[in-house]
Design a binder for this molecule. Structure first.
Ligand code: ADP
Ligand code: MG
Ligand code: MG
Length: 239
């Protein structure tokens, strides 16, 4: 289980995350739902070790991993799909997916994950992951690389952003795949229809946890309150 315990994060004297508690259990899919600027990407970065909390802890199976960086956490099976996809000049899609051959995957496995993200193997496997690919295509390729990796935890920061209208179906397929291989998904989004596809949801606003529960219930609450959540002042605490 991956946990945030009483996590606070400040930058330039500004409190961006305020005493947040979250738990991510095995074999469950979660969403972190909230409007723009709520602190969702910051939570993703804290989980991945991109930034360290000012106060509080990050725990993995009761082990304190707060001070571990991105590479060490990746070795523990924690992965992040970045909100902004990167480019890698001179690396083909196939090389990128297999981390230059470090991941043992045969052609069929590569074909399966590329198919799942809507990119035909013949058209994409030998393309370069550079600016000749659109942002949406690069995002799909990064998603395929997480699928192939089958990590313990996959944090997906707005996987639907930059994708076209087929994104909803794609996210459903991705969740189904990760459920099958036993990856715990933490899906970050500001779209309630995307959040509704996971089992459990956390609703964050202004850096605090406003509500948690089964996704359906949280999504109902989000629809009612979104945009006015600053005024409710109803911070839910604890785990
Ligand atoms: P979200 O992903 O929910 O849209 P973010 O986590 O990216 O939100 O940002 C939360 C808030 O923290 C925003 O108001 C953002 O402007 C602010 N923020 C994030 N990083 C920094 C930083 N390095 N310096 C100042 N403010 C920041
Ligand atoms: Mg955002
Ligand atoms: Mg964000």
């Amino acid at each position: 289980m991956l946990c945030l315990r009483d996590v606070t994060y400040e930058v330039n004297g500004r409190r961006i995350i305020e005493r947040v508690n979250m738990r991510f259990k095995e074999d469950m899919t979660y969403s972190i739902l909230g409007p723009n600027g709520a602190g969702k990407s910051t939570l993703a970065h804290i989980l991945m070790g991109v930034v360290k909390p000012t106060e509080g802890k990050v725990l993995l199976d009761e082990r304190d991993i707060t001070q571990l960086g991105v590479t060490e956490r990746a070795k523990l099976g924690i992965t992040l799909l970045w909100q902004e996809p990167a480019r890698y000049d001179g690396i083909t899609v196939k090389e990128y997916l297999t981390l230059g051959g470090k991941i043992k995957a045969d052609k069929n496995e590569i074909r399966e994950v590329l198919d799942l993200v809507g990119l035909p193997y013949e058209l994409y496997a030998h393309r370069f992951v550079d600016k000749s690919l659109s942002g949406g295509e690069r995002k799909r390729i990064e998603l395929a690389s997480l699928l192939l990796l089958k990590p313990r935890y996959a944090i997906l920061d707005e996987p639907d952003s930059g994708l076209d209208i087929t994104a909803g179906e794609l996210i459903e397929d991705v969740l189904e795949y990760f459920r099958k291989v036993g990856t715990t998904v933490i899906l970050i989004t500001h779209h309630e229809e995307i959040a509704a596809k996971t089992d459990f949801a956390y609703f964050v606003c202004a850096g605090g946890l406003l509500k948690k529960g089964f996704s359906r219930e949280v999504v109902e609450y989000y629809k009612k309150t979104c945009g006015r959540c600053f005024l409710t002042g109803m911070m839910e605490d604890g785990d």
